[in-house]
Design a protein around this ligand. Sequence first.
Ligand code: ASP
Ligand code: MG
Length: 422
Amino acid sequence: MKIYKFGGASVKNAEGVCNLCRIVGGANDKLVVVVSAMGKTTNALEAVLDSFFNRKPDLEACIEAVVDYHNAIVDELFTPQNRYAVDEQLAQLYGNLRADLALKPSLSYDYEYDRIVSYGELISTTIVAAYLHTQGVRVKFVDIRNYLKTDDNYREGNVDMKLSHRLINDVFNFVNYDLYVTQGFIAGTLTNQTTTLGREGSDYTAALLANLLDAESVTIWKDVPGVMNADPKRYTEVQVIPKLSYKEAIELSYCGASVIHPKTVKPIQNKRIPLLVRSFIDPTQPGSVIEEVIGKLDLPPVYINKANQVLLTLTPRDFSFIAEEKLSKIFAILASYRTKVSLIQTSAISFSLCIDYNPAIFKNLVAEFQDEYEVLYNTDVELITIRHYTKDIVDKLVGEKLVFVEQRNRLTARFVISEHGK
Ligand code: ASP
Ligand code: MG
């Protein structure tokens, strides 16, 4: 049994859904197919949520954008004769969404987020399963919220593996079906509230299901030919890395390589399940495999640009040392703002950290530190990570740029540089 995961880009239009159907149809394996929301639907639903939660006047327009986008895809995929079932299922989903949005929002943004944004995956999987059905493929649709169970840490639910193990194995039992379609990214609490696993979390779902079901492999179908040594949208001379270890993959994704979500590696590593990254544009290509590697692989320099960072420097106003207690308080504040730290550097009385820039919370975050620290920051900085670096590649990427922080160890060199060059 294998897990296939299709991200938003792979199902952004009718052609994408047809392509998914071809890939799944040609698989010859028992499959669980995990699907994300179509295209940029999660962003569109975040706009719905923002309008709903903040009582803005454009709520109806935001909802219509989501509905119209999906209806256009359905119009292309189905005929007037075979669209009855999908129309009915979607009408039900849109009805539920509107009913949720007709209520007064609760005080918890995160709770409302999961309730609303999860419709993206529910809609996409409904369309995909219905389309497969019209193509004569026997498929079982599963609402994963009933089986993948988390705590109520909304927007980043922590999965209860023990409980989910039993429930997941009961439902994906391959007794009457060889093919299941289910949602990435979303899950449910013990009391059946909807949760999500964090943005871009569908890869993580695929990895969790692989772990829970002891799958043979996980394949993530992407718009790139595999794991590349650099972003092909940014650099011309890039190459596919045919094989990576789990450790290499987790380091790369942690540094900002967007090819897989950082949380994806642990569940598959723990069971030594190989993860394949393949192109849905050219499924004849082998792509990359991430697996247990004995010995050392000869890898080219791999470089990752993480844009839109802020470099924050905190200096205690009373000139005291930055010791453990201070650090733990700083990290507690960052965690409470769900801010991920990409790099840190300490000196006796200053602490610098590179974090993702989120304009919605940045001012408040800085204010939290200002009582105790003098806070300096640079926005518009970029973090460049180069694994397996060479002098040439460092010169090429960093060259004359203004470097704020530089860290090197044997394998990895990291630079916080100004986004505007010098
Ligand atoms: N649809 C979700 C997102 O865009 C999850 C995913 O695509 O992995 O964040
Ligand atoms: Mg996505």
